[in-house]
Design a protein around this ligand. Structure first.
Ligand code: NAP
Length: 691
């Protein structure tokens, strides 16, 4: 820290190669968004960028790849919890206010960032194997005799992910990129935008001090990225968020081009909200539309990549919409973001405000200003980066400036339309956006609008009164759903649940024999050799069980009486099981058949081992298909084979999926499915109780 005008100024450091590196002599000074006073200085002049990338590749990468998906998920969970520690949060919130953010804005950034870690931790544990690679899709049988297969797998890339972030969400922006990357097993070098880097740096300090992450898995460069991109290679990637102009520059970096470095960008986006004609001024949907336009204008002072920049209303409702928006905007309290009653804080810097005002001037060439003034509470709007929320109305609905000038601040433009087709056409003039919202209760109006908008958007948010309380909001990217959009939104895609993880992995098609592919993937492939020499596999502990351990059961004859008894005891008296003549007329059954559930039940009676033992519970069935009808007189037996094992760390048991085939006397498969069970570890192993 150094003193500036009696106040302490933070000297931001870089965290590279396992240590903090100070800023150097050429440091840039950053101003407090609220007071305009210097708050921090930063520079990456002392950072050896090539060494930082090497460190990620040689220290971070191997450490991460030594962990399974579940182990990485567990670390993300601990880290998320750490960031939500009340003391940690208080420190981060205090800094966040200095970026102009209110408590609500800070919650989105800080708690939202921790929330992404927790969501990825939970989804990673549930949706990925406790292994180092993940199978993508189902195997393809490539030869007539089934001896040659193909299967796709995802494996971690061996490089480093460089993540360059925008200023508006210094915590969330860093963590939403980091979480899926970490889960994928790829180390990250993060570069926050300078203007709010003091909050990203403080977050990084919490992360480093937690000691949770493997060394080298996350590094931080404050200040310029210097020659970082010039040292990238073919296993590396760049994830960029910021302006389209910077994206163009970075994407055309010679090294990025020469090495086909994966480049993802999230850039400008003139997101839309469309009010449908059925959602007139007397409807709940109209009110929801008005509320969300104002909310998106004021949250984070409109500095949100997802904010509603263009609000489309049926021409007949334009006056009503203006009136309602003007009224709602009188409630906005612009002022000191650390004050609880403030609903809109400052922009991140006065420079940013100048840019927004210039953009408003450009849009105003073809739009009228409806609202652009407010009173400022307890702040000096000239010293701090404050501006009034600004509402415009397009006078030329097709003017380029209205659809392509991004005023990255508290600004929105109302655009009237005369038909839904025209609305779709006008929205598309934005050339691709992150998100659009459609407001309306009438599916006949909403459906064609969604169909028309989908190709131009990464996410579409559909609002009617039934989701008034439950909707997560137009402007909230969620870890479960894709964040990104085509065209001018950058063409990138982040998060989206496991999709976001797989973006950071290499998908490879493997071709080979069923046994080879089973050994490589750790998952039973069709046609792989089954082992029947270890006794009933339900008697084997999780640790003693191997993929391919199998049992072929005795046979059981299904009688007409069995079918009638089953029908009577369950109440399922569907004609195909009961009525000889009607069943004969069925083009599918051509006679009486057994219930599918009877087959499942009888199959369980054949393969289940009755004794208390390692199999603790059956928690479901997956991929069930009844392939051939089972008729009275048929004889069925079951082949049950261990297909996939997922150790649940520390619980004393793991999940085991069993490939299950019910086969009739002709050798045809009557039913095929995966039985899902929990199987205990050996006593004393993985937390299992000692016997
Ligand atoms: P920006 O000026 O393009 O900066 C974005 C990032 O790029 C910052 O970290 C910046 O670092 C860095 N950068 C700038 N020039 C660079 C260069 N020549 N070489 C390497 N790095 C460079 O954008 P911004 O002003 O921070 O953010 C506002 C823009 O971001 C808006 O257009 C907004 O739409 C967009 N945005 C998009 C999304 C999305 O998800 N689609 C999200 C948020 C923001 P310095 O700060 O150190 O210059």
């Amino acid at each position: 820290m150094m003193a500036v005008g009696g106040k302490r100024m933070i000297e931001l450091e870089n965290y590279v190669c396992g240590r903090w590196v100070g800023p150097g002599a050429d440091a840039t000074v950053l101003d407090d968004a609220v007071t305009g006073e210097p708050i921090a200085s930063l520079s990456s002049a002392n950072v050896d960028m090539a060494a930082s990338l090497d460190y990620a590749r040689t220290v971070g990468g191997p450490a991460l790849r030594a962990l399974t998906f579940h182990q990485r998920a567990a670390l993300l969970k601990e880290l998320g919890k750490r960031l939500l520690d009340p003391e940690v949060k208080e420190e981060l919130y205090n800094l966040s206010h200095r970026t102009g953010a209110t408590a609500t804005d800070s919650w989105i950034d800080i708690d939202g960032g921790a929330g992404v870690l927790l969501t990825y931790a939970s989804k990673g544990r549930r949706e990925l194997p406790n292994a180092h690679l993940s199978v993508d899709g189902v195997p393809e049988i490539l030869s007539g005799d089934g001896s040659f297969l193909g299967v796709h797998v995802h494996t971690p890339r061996l490089g480093v992910a460089v993540q360059i972030n925008a200023f508006n969400f210094p915590v969330w922006g860093m963590l939403e990129k980091f979480a899926p990357t970490f889960l994928a097993g790829l180390p990250t070098v993060a570069k926050p935008a300078s203007q709010s880097a003091f909050l990203a740096e403080a977050t990084m300090r919490v992360i480093v001090e937690s000691g949770l992450l493997p060394e080298g898995s996350l590094q931080l460069i404050t200040g310029s990225s210097g020659d970082l991109l010039d040292h990238l290679g073919s296993q590396d990637s760049v994830g960029f968020t910021g302006s389209a102009e910077t994206a163009r520059l970075l994407r055309s970096n010679r090294t990025v081009i020469d090495h086909s470095v994966r480049f993802t960008s999230e850039t400008d986006s003139l997101n839309a909200a469309v009010l449908t004609p059925g959602a007139g001024p007397d409807t709940a949907e109209f009110d929801l539309f008005i509320r969300e336009v104002v909310n998106e204008m004021t949250t984070k002072a409109g500095q949100k990549c997802t904010a509603i920049r263009r609000a489309f209303v049926p021409a007949q409702y334009l006056d009503a919409a203006i009136e309602a928006l003007e009224a709602a905007m009188t409630d906005i309290v612009v002022g000191d973001p650390s004050n609880k009653s403030t609903t809109m804080g400052a922009l991140v810097s006065r420079g940013q405000r100048d840019e927004v005002l210039a953009a408003v001037a450009a849009i105003s060439e073809t739009a009228d200003v409806i609202v652009d003034s407010c009173s400022f509470t307890n702040v000096d709007p000239e010293r701090g980066a404050f501006m009034a929320p600004t509402l415009l109305r397009a006078t030329d609905v097709r003017a380029e400036a209205v659809h392509t000038t991004e005023a990255f601040g508290p600004v929105s433009t109302l655009i009237p339309f005369s038909s839904l087709d025209e609305a779709v056409e006008l929205v598309a003039l934005g050339q691709g956006s992150l998100v659009a919202s459609v407001y309306g209760a009438d599916a006949r109006e909403v459906t064609p609008v969604v169909a028309g908008l989908a190709a131009y958007h990464g996410r579409i948010h559909i609002v009617d009164s039934s989701v008034a309380k439950s909707s997560t909001g137009h402007g909230s990217p969620l870890p479960h759903l894709i964040h990104g959009g085509p065209g001018r939104a950058g063409g990138g895609e982040e998060m989206g649940g496991m999709r976001g993880v797989f973006h950071h992995m290499q998908r490879t098609a493997l071709q080979g024999s069923p046994d080879q592919l089973t050994a490589i993937t750790g998952e039973l492939m069709p046609g792989a050799t089954a082992q029947e020499n270890k006794g009933h596999p339900f008697r084997l502990s999780f640790d003693d069980l191997s993929i391919g351990d199998s049992i072929t059961t005795e046979s059981r004859r299904i009688t007409r009486q069995d079918i009638e008894d089953f029908a009577n005891s369950t109440g399922d008296t569907f004609y195909a099981h009961m009525d000889e003549e009607a069943a004969a007329r069925s083009p599918i059954f051509e006679g009486i058949v057994a219930h599918g559930y009877l087959i499942l039940s009888f199959a369980a009676g054949l393969f289940v081992h009755p004794d208390e033992g390692p199999v603790l519970a059956n928690y479901g069935i997956e991929k069930l298909r009844f392939a051939t009808p089972t008729r009275p007189g048929d004889e069925i037996h079951v082949v049950l084979t261990c297909k996939r094992k997922t150790q649940l760390d520390g619980r004393g048991y793991g999940e085991v999926a069993w490939d299950t085939k019910v086969i009739n006397q002709a050798g045809d498969v009557a039913a095929a499915y995966d039985v899902l069970t929990m199987v205990a570890n050996r006593p004393g192993v993985n937390g299992a109780t000692e016997s």
